[in-house]
Design a protein around this ligand. Structure first.
Ligand code: HEM
Length: 217
């Protein structure tokens, strides 16, 4: 990481979790920052900052209400797109309590069923040919999301055993990401990669290098 602040850049090797004290679930913020930096659709970070500057012109007075933070359309898209491609829960397990027929398959009672959230979230059948691309704007285009439902976009699972912390998680994710993007510009160092570790939950594996500059106003 290189910090530019009217002085010689200082190169530090830090994990993104050293900058933001994130618990396991909120490591998703690291993916969001990284994606806004290296997205093939350029300017994602700029677009997000524009929205934030408009909503909160005075960055020293960033104290959004629940409704205010949730009204930011592009922020919502960035968070959803990050949770789609980098869902912390990659898989959930269920056991059927009675025999069930799905299509041509009989699933006998007490079968352990693994549901691949990360597989569903990258399926071209659901998300189309750009399924693996980070494109927050897809959430604004109904033709790209017509096959999406709360049964195939599952960052917090669905139904009776879905995540009870999802609203808190989403708002915390949005607030942390907003503070970072409103105050700093992140530029990834060429050739630096963020690796993924999928064990119970998905999280970044090693450090990645980038330059941070302050946003002046
Ligand atoms: C980005 C952050 C989070 C993600 C992606 C997430 C995701 C999930 C998922 C997928 C499940 C279902 C697990 C399963 O059925 O095997 C779940 C369950 C649960 N989550 Fe979260 N979660 C997050 C944050 C939180 C937070 C902040 C809380 C508490 C404040 C929380 C509390 C719970 C609880 C209690 C359950 C179990 C519900 C039940 O079994 O009835 N989660 N979460």
């Amino acid at each position: 990481m290189v910090i530019k602040d009217n002085q010689e850049p200082v190169r530090l090797k830090l994990h993104i979790g050293d900058i933001v004290d994130l618990n396991e679930e909120f490591k998703g913020v690291a993916y969001a920052i990284k994606q806004t930096m290296v997205s093939a659709k350029a300017h994602v970070q700029d677009l997000l900052r524009e929205e934030l500057v408009k909503a909160f012109p005075d960055k020293s007075n960033f104290n959004p209400t629940f409704d205010e933070i949730n009204s930011l359309e592009f922020l919502n898209c960035v968070v959803k797109e990050t949770l789609r491609l980098h869902s912390p829960a990659v898989m959930i397990r269920r056991t059927n309590i009675k025999d069930k027929v799905f299509g041509n398959y009989l699933i006998p009672k007490n079968t352990i069923i693994m549901i691949s959230i990360s597989g569903l979230h990258k399926s071209p059948e659901i998300w189309g040919p750009t399924a693996t691309e980070f494109d927050p704007k897809r959430w604004l285009d109904s033709t790209l999301t017509e096959n999406v439902s709360n049964l195939n976009f599952l960052p917090f699972s669905a139904g009776a055993r879905s995540c009870i912390g999802n609203k808190l998680a989403l708002v915390e994710f949005k607030v942390i990401l907003s503070i970072l993007i409103r105050n700093f510009v992140f530029q990834i160092t060429e050739g630096s990669h963020i690796k993924k570790r999928n064990f119970v939950s998905s999280k970044p594996y090693s450090h990645f290098e980038f330059t941070i500059s302050r946003v002046e106003s």
